[in-house]
Design a protein around this ligand. Structure first.
Ligand SMILES: NC(=O)c1ccc[n+]([C@@H]2O[C@H](COP(=O)([O-])OP(=O)(O)OC[C@H]3O[C@@H](n4cnc5c(N)ncnc54)[C@H](OP(=O)(O)O)[C@@H]3O)[C@@H](O)[C@H]2O)c1
Length: 227
């Protein structure tokens, strides 16, 4: 049986770091992003596609892993959010994940696969201006636990809740030295995350055979401690 891991959002950030890590360990990766990736590998098949079109994708018969990376950081005071903000954040963070998981159910079950989704530290810990993304990512945590129950014992489903991580998505928040230093200081471990750090946790969850239904914080200590 051929083992393939599907990474939605493999062009940049955490999905890119994870794709490279998985390829370096001999895995086959099927990657989906809107724009073409600037790296190649004999075991990588890249598809250019928007998550809006995911229902049209042909998936392999067996998927040993699925990781859904697209997300948003749309931060503003609650009163400034329009309905379109809520809908857009939910569509990208949550609905896209649900759609690809429905498509992949059979292939994941047949390979006894593992799913990794992404939430944010701002679901477990309230943060100003995060209402819309926290709503969408809170739904991801609910989806993750529901599917972990519904698909057990065949498929494991877990979610990573990162804090601020140095990827293109976080560019605005880390855009100059002052902002970066302030962000680093807010974290008990005095640094922001790297995509590789989060990718390591995703790989562990893909490989592990006895973790399911968990939301794992990878957050520089932001989740549980104060100093
Ligand atoms: N970075 C952080 O500080 C942070 C913090 C907490 C949680 N997270 C979560 O971690 C996950 C990964 O974030 P990241 O920082 O690695 O993000 P990123 O660098 O922006 O990467 C997102 C990936 O998804 C793809 N993508 C985005 N929209 C898409 C669409 N409509 N259709 C298809 N592909 C799409 C992008 O490629 P294309 O542009 O080519 O489509 C890219 O490959 C997200 O769910 C995010 O919410 C991140």
């Amino acid at each position: 049986m051929e083992h393939t891991i599907l990474i939605v959002g493999h062009r940049t950030g955490i999905g890119r770091a994870l794709t490279k890590l998985l390829l370096s360990k001999g895995n086959m990766v099927l990657g989906i992003s809107r724009e073409a990736v600037d790296y190649e590998h004999v075991n990588l098949k890249s598809i250019s596609m928007d998550i809006d079109d995911l229902e049209a994708i042909n998936l392999p018969e067996h998927l040993s892993g699925l990781v859904y990376c697209p997300g948003t950081i749309n931060l503003k005071p609650f009163k400034s959010f329009k309905s379109d903000d809520f809908i857009n954040d939910f569509t990208i963070n949550t609905l896209g994940a649900a759609k690809i998981l429905q498509k992949a159910e059979k292939a994941l079950i047949s390979a006894k696969g593992s799913v990794v989704l992404f939430s944010t530290v701002a679901v477990g810990q309230g943060m100003p201006f995060h209402a819309s993304v926290a709503m969408a990512k809170g739904a991801i945590e609910g989806l993750s636990r529901s599917l972990a129950a519904e698909w057990a014992p065949n498929v494991r489903v877990n979610t990573i809740a990162p804090s601020l991580t140095d990827t293109p998505m976080a560019k605005k928040l880390l855009g100059n030295d002052n902002r970066r230093a302030a962000s680093e200081q807010r974290h008990p471990l005095k640094t922001v995350g790297t995509p590789e750090e989060i990718a390591n946790m995703a790989e562990l969850l893909l490989e592990s055979k006895w973790i399911s239904g968990e939301v794992l914080g990878v957050n520089g200590g932001m989740g549980r401690i104060r100093n």
